[in-house]
Design a protein around this ligand. Structure first.
Ligand code: MG
Length: 477
């Protein structure tokens, strides 16, 4: 529908000329899946998205050998809400997981939801998560109860511990293996390496069956920690060191797949849960040319780098500009695995395999994507257009903090504003007055979302919202 297709056409033409694969409409044999999910890594934090001051050769290799999405979104620009959407294929508001769950939370992912891991298990996949979970830390909410055979990692954010720079309210931070706490306040400088080595071991152990590894890095969420291998290595400072270690972990995965001869049977996906936490200044990432960051519905909060590589099935060097979202991964991966989607409930995500495979003329399957902050519908994107409804947002007028200490955000307000993201991805020029027809169309699409998912700003409750899981509640699958 837009400039996308030229890039995809060129990529396809290149691949076809080399005879490296075909792009039939029929899905290929079920792939192994490695989903690498960074935390608070922004749109401008990967080399092939313009990062400066450090290098990401392995991530850049994913782009060179696969497809790079330029308009890939998360459902909300905050950890738990974003992860709920990723793993259920639904808007965070649909499954009632909002914000970032802390150690006092008594809710988590509902037993009745079907996670991506549970769907893949129906097709014989071995499943594992190494890293941050953040969908509830009580046993009934842990990954092992929601489709994952193995778990090693933190149940919530790595700053929710007694050394938080601003609050002393947090208890000791547990490191969990399976369902057992194996350490309190673990040495965070070892987390990225330990997660990666677990992933490598899992791939080695399950090389003869389909597997799904969810490598959910705790970094570069603050507090930043890096192992000796990377400490002090980049001009960008600790943040750059941390990103180079994440990049190294991607390299560990790729070299393992290559060594085991699994390259052409494995789909590797890399993205992040939300944009940079800008108040942390030199310890935060960058949204590049996009506006604002984590905790906002501007592009800097919700648009993320996304790379996908599957040699022979995804064209090398492809670029996709179509707007899609993490919610699309569950239905797409379920289709690739041959798993049936639940039919008794709404799944918001749609199949984006035609975009991944570079099928000619493929466009985003979404008429619109909705951006909520908490229960408030703040913005909607349809095609090139993004309409913000009047809402408050946080911003920094004097820059961010230093050395792991955050600066204070200020509250501002945006009124009804329309942006043309093709011409103005930085959301600078409000052109609502020039396009009343577009504004009217997007407003009417938003009404559908309010009816379906609610909108606290309009005092609306959604008709089709499902509850989160609650401690003590009895739920049936
Ligand atoms: Mg995050």
């Amino acid at each position: 529908m837009r400039k996308t297709n030229l890039h995809l056409f060129l990529a396809i033409a290149t691949l076809a000329a080399g005879g490296a694969g075909t792009f039939a409409d029929e899905p290929p044999a079920p792939p192994n899946i490695v989903l690498i999910f960074a935390d608070d890594l922004g749109y401008g934090d990967v080399g092939c998205y313009g990062a400066k001051g450090y290098h990401t050769p392995h991530l850049d290799r994913l782009a060179k050998e696969g497809v790079r999405f330029t308009d890939f979104y998360v459902a909300q620009a905050v950890c738990s809400a974003s992860r709920a959407a990723l793993l259920t294929g639904c808007y965070s508001n649909r499954v009632s997981i909002l914000g970032a769950l802390g150690p006092k939370a008594r809710h988590g992912i509902n037993d009745r939801e079907t996670t991506l891991a549970e769907l893949l298990k129906t097709r014989g996949y071995a499943t594992a998560i190494y890293g941050k979970w953040h969908l509830g830390h009580h046993p009934r909410f842990l990954p092992t109860r929601h489709g994952f055979d193995e778990y090693f990692g933190l149940p919530y954010s790595n700053d929710m511990w007694p050394k938080h720079p601003e609050t002393k309210e947090f208890p000791d931070l547990p490191l969990i293996e399976g369902e057992k706490t194996i350490a309190l306040n673990p040495d965070q400088s070892q987390l990225s390496t330990r997660y990666a080595e677990h992933a490598v071991s899992f791939i080695e152990r399950h090389q003869d069956q389909p597997f799904f590894v969810y490598l959910a890095h705790s970094m570069p969420h603050v507090p930043l920690f890096v192992s000796d291998k990377f400490r002090g290595k980049t001009p960008r400072g600790t943040f750059g060191d941390v990103i180079e270690e994440i990049d190294w972990s991607v390299g560990r995965v790729l070299e393992t797949l290559e060594r085991l001869g699994l390259d052409e049977r494995t789909l590797v996906i890399f993205t992040s849960d939300n944009g940079p936490w800008l108040s942390y200044g030199d310890h935060a990432g960058s949204a590049g040319a996009l506006r604002e960051g984590k905790g906002t519905s501007f592009e800097g909060g919700v648009r993320e780098p996304c790379l996908m590589r599957w040699p022979g099935k995804i064209a090398a060097g492809a670029v996709c500009h179509e707007p899609v979202m993490t919610i699309d991964l569950l239905p797409t991966l379920a289709k690739l695995a041959g798993a049936d989607l639940p039919e008794d409930r709404t799944i918001d995500g749609l199949d984006i395999w035609p975009l991944m495979a570079g099928q000619p003329g493929a466009t985003s399957p979404h008429e619109a994507l909705f951006f909520y902050w908490g229960g408030e519908l703040q913005a909607i994107r349809s095609g090139r257009w993004k309409l913000h409804f009047p809402h408050a947002y946080r911003t920094l007028s004097n820059g961010g903090g230093h050395g792991g200490m955050p600066a204070k955000y200020e509250q501002r307000r945006i009124e009804l504003s329309l942006f043309d993201l093709d011409a103005d991805p930085g959301e600078r020029q409000d052109i609502a007055a020039e396009h009343p027809d577009v504004v009217a169309r997007l407003k009417s699409l938003a009404e559908r979302a309010r009816d379906d998912l609610g909108d606290t700003a309009a005092g609306r409750k959604g008709k089709n919202v499902r509850p989160a899981g609650q401690l003590g509640a009895v739920e049936e699958k």
